[in-house]
Design a protein around this ligand. Structure first.
Ligand code: GAL
Length: 684
């Protein structure tokens, strides 16, 4: 838990691209004036600036960037310097075509777009390292350089010959022999055995797409290749600026919050960065779900990013108003920007950074929200909203960096499992919804202000009172044993339908359900029933009947207590929800996909038994209000946020201090405006 940015304040600022106005210094003068009024303290520069930094091969032009560093220093602004690899200049692609990506059909892309580069190309790696080295040499000793922002939103894949060769090398290192590889891929099926390593190609529409192990290994390889490229990028920084931390901006899901970013295993990637940062673009005011529902999803995404390093993290990008790429680009309603920003701080972010500080005049992002819009005024609603957040962040400096979140509940989320489950030719593609299943488990805890970590399979489970392990389709025997130990030693575990079916090679387990899972849950899963849309079952539990849909595991009980049964179908009356005491702990199995009322009633019982609900000194009237805690050894800070367009009331059980309003004492009752935020503190 050492935040590499712990000496700095909450960062407030964002992507700034003055290289679009180098011929108009007055625009840049005005920008810096406005930065002051908006209470911005940090700029991120250099993203996509390669053509301005190295206009032709080996000819550099750093003058403009020197000037930006100077201007920032003159008004005590910090700089996050980005490497420009996200968009290569035309001259580079024209001279060295291998730097461009090859698509899955084997066609090399033309120059165009951004993020269009091969991660293997030795020339691209060399050129990137060279420009990064120049940046480190020139700016590495600047006092106001605080962080390296490496590239931009790594993602995608390349299918060129160099990448194919690297993939084969990766497979050789993993499997050693073709015999082992053929076994892992079950290549006896459809006469698929490889007899030469050269026969191996990445999965593609004209070749293999149905070798499950190959598909999964390709995804794993793409993560490793991207990390390897990242490591190449940061070599000059580790050498020349060992004290400047390094990050790269991760992404949330798209469409927002319905799933995590799919291309890369961020749990793996996170071990290579010094601090996690991510780009958060929830579609507030979307009209198809309540603000509270979207807030729950956004909270989960933040908790997942925070959990990557079990530490505070940065919001590297968000929009101060609307984006230009959602299906409908709605403006934030009055109050929503502060609500959304402080939500991310509440979950452990140490920054609110924007894309973008100055709106582009032309090209695809000219209408994307910005702090300074094309009317160049400080009188816009957006500018005022940003200034409000700036003032908030200044008022709560004490919370920065030293405070953390403490969770007693963990939800297991695993990338290999996500990819494998989605690729399994079984169940129903439309309803697997692994991330949504995680959201559905998370909801109760969010609504009841119980902090949650989102953890991978290598975490120490003993740190948690409750571990929820939903839809763990691909589970190693080692992890099954770990779950058993966790429960036997006193942990409480919740598992769900579609669990424990294949090993990490994507080969089905033979025989009955995994023995360690049987011992843990006191049952065996014998079948899974998949429903068509509109088909339902019922789960009868706790004296109620809940609707269920999509999936029902059919169970054979050996030792578990039955808490709920199915209401219909040929397995009516059989177990749908079970409890099993093993050693000091308890394992529950939720065999069917129930409605949210079932989750509510079930988790309420579990939470009460485990005394999870912290004794909050603030009472709320509705679950649209969320109370999140950041704390350190001496202080506790409560972020109280109303995710609703209706004002509501909160009540204080003890005297607290109001952080955003001069640390005045508060007691009794107080109203919370629509989309309102308050932060209260108390000594421990
Ligand atoms: C991000 C990207 C930025 C900008 C932004 C627009 O994904 O990193 O460069 O394009 O989206 O919302």
């Amino acid at each position: 838990m050492t935040n590499p940015l712990s000496t700095t304040q909450f960062l407030h600022g964002g992507d700034y691209n003055p290289d679009q106005w180098l011929d108009q210094p007055a625009v840049i003068d005005n920008d810096f004036e406005l930065f002051k009024s908006a209470k911005l303290n940090t700029i991120t520069v250099g993203i996509f600036s390669w053509a301005k930094l190295e206009p032709s091969e080996g000819h550099y032009n750093f003058g403009w960037l020197d000037d930006i560093f100077d201007r920032a220093a003159a008004q005590n602004m910090q700089v996050i310097l980005s490497t420009p690899s996200g968009a290569r200049p035309r001259w580079l692609a024209a001279k060295y075509s291998e730097v461009l990506r090859v698509d899955e059909n084997g066609h090399r892309n033309e120059f165009g777009e951004r993020h269009n580069h091969c991660y293997t190309s030795p020339i691209y790696r060399k050129k990137v390292q060279l420009i990064n080295r120049k940046l480190a040499e020139r700016y590495g000793q600047r006092d106001n350089l605080i962080l390296w922002h490496v590239s931009n939103e790594y993602g995608g894949q390349c299918y060129c010959d160099l990448c194919q060769a690297a993939f084969r090398d990766w497979l050789k290192a993993k499997y050693q022999t073709l015999t082992q590889l053929n076994h892992a891929y079950w290549n006896g099926f459809w006469a698929h055995a490889y007899t030469d390593w050269q026969q191996i190609q990445a999965p593609n529409p004209h070749g293999d797409q149905n070798v499950m192990g190959l598909n999964l290994d390709w995804k794993r390889f793409v993560t490793d290749r991207t990390i390897d490229f990242f490591e190449t990028e940061i070599k000059p920084f580790r050498e020349l600026t060992p004290n400047i931390p390094v990050t790269t901006n991760f992404m949330g899901g798209n469409p927002p919050e319905s799933h995590v970013f799919y291309d890369l295993d961020y749990q793996k990637f996170a071990t290579h960065v010094d601090i996690v940062s991510w780009d958060s673009y929830p579609n507030w005011a979307n009209g198809y779900e309540s603000t509270a529902k979207l807030a729950m999803k956004t909270a989960l995404m933040n908790d997942m990013m925070r959990s990557l390093k079990q530490d505070n993290y940065l919001i590297m990008e968000n929009t101060p108003s609307q984006v230009n790429w959602h299906p409908y680009n709605r403006a934030k309603r009055p109050g929503m920007h502060e609500m959304a920003s402080l939500q991310e701080i509440a979950h452990g972010a140490d920054s609110i950074m924007y894309f973008q500080l100055h709106q582009s005049r032309g090209a695809s992002e000219m209408f994307h929200g910005a702090v300074i819009t094309n009317n160049l005024s400080d009188q816009t609603r957006v500018f005022k909203d940003v200034t409000t957040v700036g003032a908030d962040l200044e008022a709560m400096q004490a919370i920065h960096a030293t405070t953390h979140r403490i969770a007693e509940v963990a939800i297991v989320f695993d990338y290999d499992n996500m990819w494998a489950l989605d690729d399994a030719r079984n169940y129903a593609n439309a309803t697997k919804q692994y991330w949504v299943t995680i959201q559905n488990q998370y909801q109760y805890f969010w609504e009841h202000d119980i902090p949650v970590d989102v953890v991978g399979t290598d975490v120490d489970l003993a740190a948690y009172k409750l571990v929820i392990d939903p839809m763990h389709f691909m589970m190693s025997k080692g992890f099954a044993a770990k779950l058993k130990t966790y429960v036997a030693q006193g942990g409480t575990l919740v598992g769900t339908y579609i669990t424990g079916l294949v090993d990490s090679n994507f080969l089905a387990y033979q025989g009955s359900w995994l023995p360690d899972l049987q011992a843990t849950y006191g049952l065996a899963v014998t079948e899974t029933d998949t429903y068509y849309p509109g088909q339902h079952n019922q789960i009868k539990a706790f004296g109620n009947t809940y609707e269920s849909r999509d999936y029902s595991d059919i169970l054979t009980i050996s030792d578990a207590e039955v808490l709920g049964t199915y209401g219909q179908d040929f397995y009516a009356g059989s177990a749908a929800l079970t409890k099993h005491v093993l050693g000091q702990g308890t394992a529950y199995y939720l065999a069917g996909r129930g409605e949210s009322a079932l989750h509510h009633d079930f988790y309420q019982r579990v939470a009460t038994k485990l005394q999870l609900k912290s004794m909050l000194p603030i009472k709320k009237e509705t679950s649209n209000v969320s109370i999140q805690i950041r704390e350190n050894a001496t202080m506790r800070y409560y972020f109280v946020i109303n995710f609703s367009h209706q004002a509501t009331q909160i009540q204080f059980a003890t005297k607290l201090m109001n952080v955003l309003h001069g640390n005045q004492n508060v007691q009794g009752k107080q109203s919370l405006a629509a989309y309102g935020v308050q932060i209260f503190s108390e000594k421990k």
